[in-house]
Design a binder for this molecule. Structure first.
Ligand code: ADP
Ligand code: MG
Length: 240
């Protein structure tokens, strides 16, 4: 589904991504781990062109994203993104957060958008919150709404950037459970996370990124039980 070759990204003289090659297959769950500042967020942001890559190529569903003819709005509809800080529309209700883009951007009828939104809220366990505003919800609930909102656009792939890092510990589990269910339904997912339990249990493949390159990749078993690269070993020693 996604084929990334020799991806480079610099901010001024600071080269943050130094040649990343990665393929993501349909239905695959890829987890990216690595120290802070290693370029994980920049990498995800390049995938949906929130950042413009400096060099390399990204093919998504057969299209080269760096081609000038690519419609960025269409691309973002197909790649749902969930951030650390929820980013819900504060002055819209939960239901409106889920229906506004499908109606405005995808030209869905309000009835159809509402029907789908209610089904998604049910899926993330928040049906009873449809009339509430984001500020009336806990962090874990807000993040579940953010996931449902991304899903409301019927994306082909979901990108998650540390979706549980801003949450109080007791709320991490409810968000990871929603993500796990999504993975089990076959959603293609690229997840940056420090939740090693989730990585081990849910991912098909783990990527260890450090200093702007993929230092090591493998199955969760390979990465967590027998990491080969000393940098991976050192990182895992610190976080596990
Ligand atoms: P990670 O998500 O792994 O913590 P980031 O991708 O956020 O890493 O950051 C990697 C490096 O890129 C950092 O040195 C950061 O300062 C730099 N960086 C990220 N975004 C920008 C930006 N918009 N402008 C300049 N530098 C940036
Ligand atoms: Mg980051």
């Amino acid at each position: 589904m996604i084929n990334i070759k020799n991806l480079h990204k610099s901010f001024g003289k600071n080269e943050v991504l130094k040649g990343i090659d990665l393929e993501v297959k349909t239905g695959e769950v890829v987890v990216i781990i690595g120290p802070s500042g290693s370029g994980k967020s920049t990498f995800l942001r390049c995938l949906n062109l929130l950042e413009q890559p400096t060099d390399g190529s990204i093919e998504f569903e057969g299209k080269n994203l760096l081609d000038k003819s690519v419609n960025i709005d269409e691309l973002r509809q197909k790649m749902g993104m969930v951030f650390q800080n929820f980013n819900l529309f504060p002055h819209k209700t939960v239901l409106e957060n889920l229906t506004i883009s499908p109606i405005k951007v995808k030209k869905e009828s309000p009835e159809a958008a509402k029907k789908k939104a209610l089904a998604l809220l049910e899926q993330v366990g928040l049906s009873e919150k449809q009339g509430n505003y984001p500020s009336q919800l806990s962090g874990g609930q807000q993040q579940r709404v953010a996931i449902a909102r991304a899903l409301a656009m019927n994306p082909d792939v979901m990108l998650f950037d540390e979706p549980t890092s801003a949450l109080d510990p007791e709320m991490v589990g409810e968000v990871l459970a929603v993500m796990k269910a999504l993975a089990e339904e076959g959603m293609t997912m690229v997840v940056v996370t420090h939740e090693m339990g989730f990585a081990r249990e849910v991912s098909d493949r783990v990527i260890f990124m450090d200093a702007g390159v993929i230092q090591e990749e493998g199955t969760p078993e390979e990465i967590f039980s027998q990491p080969k690269n000393p940098r991976t070993q050192d990182f895992l020693r610190k976080v596990l």
